[in-house]
Design a protein. Sequence first.
Lengths: 918, 73
Amino acid sequence: MEGSPPERDVLLATKLQVPRSRPGLVPRRRLADRLEEGLNRGLVLVAAPAGYGKSVLLSEWVRGMAEPVAWLSLDGGDNDPVRFWRHVLAALDMVRPGIAERVGPLAGPPAPPAYDALVSALINDVAAGRAERGQPDVLLVFDDYHLVSSDSVQASVRFLLAHRPPQLRVVLASRSDPPLGLARYRGRGELGEVRAADLRFTLDEAAELLRQVSADLDLSIAAALAERTEGWAVGLQLAALSLRTQPDVARFVAAFTGSHRYVLDYLTEEVLSRQRHDLRTFLLETSVLERLSGPLCDAVTGRDDSQELLDEVDRSGLFVVQLDDVRGWWRYHHLFADLLRTRLEQDPEHVRRLHRNAAGWYERQELPDEAIRHALAAGELGWAARLVEEHFDTVFNLRGEQATIQAWLPALPGDLVRSRPRLLLAQAQMASMRGDLATMEPLLEAAERVIDRADEEPFRPSTGPEGSLLVNARAMLALQRSYAAQLRGDAAATAALTREAMEQLGENELMLSSAVQGFLAMAEWLHGRLAAAAEAFESSIGWWRREGQVTTTAWGYYCLARLHRGQGRLDAAAATCERALEAVGQPGQRPRPAAGPALAGLGEVAYQRDDLDRALEYVNQGITLCRQFVHTPPLAAGLVTLAWIRQAAGDRRGARDAMAEAESVSAGPAGLLNPVPAQRARLLLAQGDVAGAARWAGDCGLDPGDALDYPNEPGHLVLARLLLAQGDAAAARALLDRLEGAAASQQRAGSLIEIRAIRAMALAALGDEAAAIAALTSALDLGCPQGYVRVFADEGPAMAAVLGRLIAAQRSDQRAASIPLACLARLQRAFGDGHQDPAGGPADSRAARASRLIEPLTSRELEVLAMLAAGRSNQGIASHLVISLDTVKKHVSHLMGKLGAANRTEAVARGRELGLID
Amino acid sequence: MSGRAPSAGYEIRVEGVLDQRWTAWFEDLEIASDHDQTVISGPVADQAALHGLLNRVCDLGLVLVSVRRLEPE
């Protein structure tokens, strides 16, 4: 488990705490006034180098306010944008309870690629708090902002400032002017500033500070010290400390002011030389630490009385800052720590020993960041590497903090990384989530070369062996290679490598075991054994759900929904997407990125059923969320669906744009995990670019004589359409016969619908009308019960022609009537309403559309329809037309069928649409 | 060292006198002081390293007087 909860929470709490008040502070009214004035502008920058008293000034000022303030002390770890914004939300949560829970999910896991959505949500929540709940304005203070160097964090903070609502005021304290475009706000008078010149102590202020130490200090001495230190707060404080223990003040001041030595160096020397030996040693040794606590200092120094010493240091005013309320954690003032460290570094071996002690303590507390930092500082690279490996599962998989891992890795030398199989496997996993085969494969080869070294040390993952993937390096290597095979669509290799992984599994390695199950499912899928794959996914999903593995659960459902579509079961696919939404959703909160694939999946089903408005809504929502989801295939799939929705609406340019974007986000070879290339070629054909599609087929090396396998089926279907478009119907038919055989033998209804539809067109082109009609009928038999429409409509006029002949045949031969009229009506509607002419001809007129009704309404039926529109009941109609009630009912039923309507209201609407009634 | 072309040298001048102990703080560069200023000089790998050094100057609150690139001899 990552960090015994108390320790982690304590450290977070120290970042959110307003630094404590110190005795002996000089109130500086003029600066407080400046801050107030700046606050009215909404944004304040306090910029001055170290030691000017920025934090002290701000904490005193904030302490004097009536309303609580959101305070965040930044550190190097906040360069991971996920952490940065989580900490901001935690700080805001202190003054706006609940905001962390409401907005937090947008920070992942998994980590979003951009933070605008999160920041917008934060802004809206703050503004709404004021508007809806009458909460007071919020003041957010960032201390030590200069520690932020990450471009990603800077960009998101720029966004925050640019869209800052009046209810949110921001103060930034930094040693240097941050790159946040502040000049613009300055120019508009929207920025308040307090700078070094303002922060320098005036003579009066300096005298007041020094007189706290030496009550009747001569003003001329105060002036001399103020001048020598140039009003620098930390210099004055050190001077004050020195004064305390000087036997001869005048001599000290004369020597000090006469020296050109770096002020702090001089004074620190003075101060340190007058401390007790053990205290001096304590100060020097603990200076290697970013934060100090009694137990930690004991571990580092080998003492057992650090707590008392820390209290003493605090009382002496020796630049230690208390971070919490219970005297548990402190830190040194940065400058003082730097000064101490410089003295310490004269003995490098001693320093390394201190860092080793610190690393050991942090490791025992399960705080990897600090442990790794100290291990690296101690030169213990192997140890640092092991810490990275042991915490990878938690940090990357569970918390989605990829930037943190990215920060750790460069600190390790290249040849060290290359010698450690788990580090290589961790990097391979990060690449695999992007589908980045090119990066993955060399890493896996390197890992294989050194795999035996995985046994050299004991490995204790932070998640425990049950939750870890890296715990069993050989199994993980096999799994990664299996994934690479999946990306290539190699079913046999996937199965073989997954079984290899399974053989390597040890007891209790549950996460690995569930991954193995998932990959076996993939192998079945690649083989086209859809039912078996679906079953295997179901059981893995169950486990992942129970373990709270949100990302993997969402991925599992995404695959399952695709399997259902492959089986021609749109109802099941939609139901699976609903289950996914329920699994990853949190009631009362906005959807997380993990909900993206399910929403896009619902969009795809709606599209297939020609419910274009709803499809567009789902798909847009899904795509937005998928952009922040760590697996990229669902995003690509969503964009493909969007392309087809646009194509159906006649927006050819928009369709190409969406398809181009799908292409840009998909990686790896074409296949099950990357359907985009085949879809793109299919769109080219639909838009009449036969040459373009032919080029693609040629580049892929597709040939009608190819051996068939399921992952390549989309490509072969494009090839079949291409052959048709090129006039070679015989070759198309031969290929389709084979495809149909393969699909039928595996009962892949989804494929059969598409194959048979295209085959019908091929047969029609060959002049065999009866066979064409039979083929289309067999496709419709499978498709109609599930509402398939677009698979036919997207084929264009050639399909419309075959459909027309089928309808005619059905009309003339009542015995052969097998396809429900309602279904045929839906299809006709899809053909009629869209711009199916590849050349992009103008919209059909109403009359033309009306004439395309499967069966035109009889004049009697038209009369009845008109009366329905006028609101008459069946009885009313019967009386008016002087016919029996039964006859009326028969007419109504027929006309509803012909119009493809489910009820009278729909029939009337449809009739109006077609211009049959007013 | 590693056979690369010699990197540029830089000379950073600050106010105040720093003694030799600060060499380690400034990445083992040479520290030489005259009356009331200190010169930190030596080879600097690249611009990023130079900015790192300037940050260290800033962190100490030292007043920067000048930064000069030294041409190779």
